[in-house]
Design a protein around this ligand. Structure first.
Ligand code: ATP
Ligand code: MG
Length: 391
């Protein structure tokens, strides 16, 4: 019954002079998403975006796509009335309410507004008049202005729109309005969620995964590719860099005190990720770290890991409890994949008693033990990166 959608956006309405370009970016994102479903028309209209659907389009698929677009706060399937003639609007509203709610006994309220202050009927009068017409035409209805079972919205603009369903959107900022960041993506629960959250603020993602064959299997790698694909449902295509980390890990294992292994390893991950980030024009790194979750994520450990980076490191989960992270993972459909039981390159070489309060100067001392070969190993790792473009 609906041939069109109106969508609302939140914060981008506040961006002053940038507003136009934000709205255009949002329209482009909507167009890109819907293009795979058919030829939809997407136009900006006075603080709203209007989407007109092709003949025979699939309602559920369209809503599902729109619900993944960052920047949309609400999606309303609408009845469109050409022009602004009050009689036409009233007739369409009666037809619509009849068709949607049949002869059900329901309480309702009309919420009407006009974008043109010269329109002959003022908003409160529109509400009242429309309410009266609906009551006359559909005797099963009764008015409840405080807690109605249904609300009928009427927006009079260049054309007029009638709707009674508001579907919640993702919120956030339109993709592409926030720069580009490098996500350190492992096969765990946290990093896909971290990537999704940063991207929701309009940031385009590239990703890096540290693979340690034969200690980590092809299945572990496939799991990371699958996770990248699930995240890309929201974030758009992701260039995934797969770094062979085995020789670096082995070398640290041979040369350094075992209780410092994880921290030193993590410092090398950050260094390599930052090099790839700069190469890919990323202006930040993203990890799934959360204070105190494991030994390498105490504030002391984060301080020591962080000190090798010159780019800012964004850690959107820093104050999240695990269950809160799991809730987001379930919402974005990465959880089931994340809990598949494949080994992680960090866990294989974990010491029994890793340091929880590493001291930077001591870690730097230990890293001197690597001076013989580490630069060459890092160079080889960077030279042999495998790239998978995930979409
Ligand atoms: P996750 O659930 O994201 O794997 P985690 O709880 O296992 O996190 P750690 O293993 O300490 O925590 O990793 C902390 C962060 O470091 C991860 O969220 C991720 O951003 C990054 N990271 C860890 N291992 C890898 C890896 N093999 N490749 C890329 N990034 C990694
Ligand atoms: Mg992990």
């Amino acid at each position: 019954m609906f041939k069109a959608f109106l969508v609302k956006y939140g914060e981008i309405g506040l961006k002053g002079k940038n507003r136009g370009s934000f709205e255009n970016t949002l329209c482009d994102q909507i167009r890109k998403r819907l293009a795979k479903l058919g030829s939809y028309e997407v136009i900006r209209e006075q603080g709203r975006i209007f989407i007109s659907c092709p003949e025979g389009y699939d309602y559920d698929d369209t809503v599902a796509e729109l619900q993944k677009v960052f920047g949309l706060t609400a999606i309303m399937p609408v009845i469109v009335v050409e022009g602004t003639k009050w009689e036409d609007i009233t007739a369409a509203a009666i037809d619509y309410v009849k068709a949607q709610y049949g002869g059900k006994k329901l309480t309702f309220k009309v919420e009407a507004k006009r974008s043109d202050k010269n329109y002959p009927i003022e908003s409160p009068d529109m509400c009242r008049l429309m309410g009266e017409e609906l009551l006359k035409a559909i005797p099963e209805l009764s008015v409840d202005v405080h807690d109605p079972q249904i609300r009928v919205w009427v927006e009079v603009r260049k054309n007029s729109y009638i709707y009674s369903h508001i579907i919640k959107g993702q919120g956030g900022m339109p993709l592409g309005t926030g720069g580009k960041a490098m996500l350190l993506l492992s096969g765990g629960i946290d990093s896909p969620v971290a990537g999704y959250m940063v991207s929701k603020r309009g940031v385009v993602l590239e990703a890096t995964y540290f693979h340690a064959p034969p200690y980590t299997s092809e299945l572990a790698k496939k799991k990371v590719v699958d996770l990248a694909r699930l995240v890309s449902e929201y974030t758009g295509p992701i260039k995934l860099n797969i770094v062979n980390f085995t020789d670096i890990q082995m070398y640290i294992y041979e040369a350094c005190p075992h209780e410092q292994l994880t921290i030193i390893m993590r410092r090398y991950m950050m260094r390599i990720a930052e090099t790839l980030a700069k190469k890919g024009d990323c202006i930040g790194l993203v990890t799934g770290e959360s204070i105190g979750q494991v030994a390498s994520q105490t504030m002391d450990s984060l301080l020591v890991t962080n000190s090798v980076c010159s780019l800012p490191v964004y850690r959107p989960l820093i104050a999240f409890d695990k269950q809160d992270i799991v809730d987001v993972a379930e919402k974005i459909n990465t959880y089931e994949t994340s809990i598949l039981p494949y080994e992680d390159c960090c866990t294989i070489f974990v010491a029994k008693h890793p340091v929880t309060h590493p001291v930077l100067s001591l870690i730097e001392e230990s890293e001197k033990l690597l001076s013989g070969k580490i630069d060459a190993l890092v160079k080889t790792a960077l030279d042999t990166v495998e790239v998978i473009n995930v979409k």
